[in-house]
Design a protein around this ligand. Structure first.
Ligand code: SF4
Length: 273
């Protein structure tokens, strides 16, 4: 009986392996394993160089190598210091520099993830670093900002601003709001109409990205929590996002609020009032 059961098991397992080989997961696994092997190879090579270069000595490899390496490191340090000083100058003076957009890119793509890691070592919470990141981003956006037409600006709002009891569907069209005044959407629609600036409500990152692709704004005024604003700023780059944090008197994602004055100030700044 046991033998019969064993015989039954073998073909089933073999079938499964066969079907696995046709599975769409297989190429993905291969890519992952390939990349992992490349990383291992690079790490081993790097570790070998770290050991071998001091062991043999730079001048023994080539007499001019110490000088070349000093020049290369010097350039890297100057480049890093120059970038950091330019960033600090832009933040303090609020003045646009000719490569300001590049700096914003470096802050968004490189510095922020790096600072989150360093901040963690110092016990600084991710939200605190996010708040600081959004503040720096806003400074750079303002320094870079040019006057835009109302239809080139977009007010992007989170769905949690809508009152939890409201059954009006505002995600497709914010103007569906009946202006009952139970939540801040009424005032935000009012601002959108007053300045002829499009406004949209997104339920998450995917919808927000779709709205940005459809509307093609030149500048976005985004309202959200620390996490969503940070990812929104990163996802929208190179489009500048002026971030405004929502207020959460009832906790996250529930009947949130926003400082209307700040939103209006942002609109007026970018429209050049
Ligand atoms: S103001 Fe608009 S969105 Fe807010 S509860 Fe009233 S109808 Fe709904």
């Amino acid at each position: 009986m046991e033998k019969v059961q064993q015989r039954n098991i073998i073909p089933v397992t073999a079938d499964r392996e066969k079907s696995d080989s046709n599975s769409p997961e297989r190429p993905r696994k291969r890519i992952f394993i390939f990349l992992l092997l490349v990383v291992c190879f690079v790490m081993v090579g790097f570790a070998f160089l770290l050991w071998w270069v001091p062991y043999v000595g730079l001048s023994n490899i080539h007499p001019s190598l110490p000088l070349l390496l000093a020049i290369a490191f010097g350039c890297m340090v100057l480049f890093g210091l120059g970038g950091a000083l330019t960033l600090i100058f832009t933040i303090i003076r609020g003045k646009n520099l000719f490569f300001n957009r590049r700096i914003r890119g470096v802050v968004i793509r490189v510095l922020f993830p790096l600072l989150v890691g360093v901040g963690r070592c110092f016990g600084i919470s991710k939200d605190e670093i996010r708040r600081s990141f959004v503040a720096i981003n806003n400074k750079l956006v303002l320094a870079e900002a040019k006057k835009v037409k109302p239809n080139e600006l977009l007010i992007l709002l989170p769905h949690c601003l809508q009152n939890h009891d409201c059954e009006v569907r505002i995600t497709g069209n914010v103007e569906n709001c009946k202006a009952c005044g139970k939540c801040r959407i009424k005032d935000l629609v009012g601002l959108s109409e007053k300045y002829h600036v499009p406004a949209a409500v997104a339920t998450g990152g995917t919808l927000a990205r779709r709205i940005v692709v459809e509307k093609k704004p030149k500048i976005i005024i985004g309202v959200a929590c620390e996490r969503d604003l940070t990812s929104g700023i990163q996802d929208s780059y190179p489009i500048p996002v002026f971030g405004i944090f929502n207020q959460r008197p009832f906790g996250p994602c529930y009947d949130t609020d926003v400082n209307l004055e700040l939103v209006e100030k942002g609109i007026r700044t970018f429209l050049g009032y």
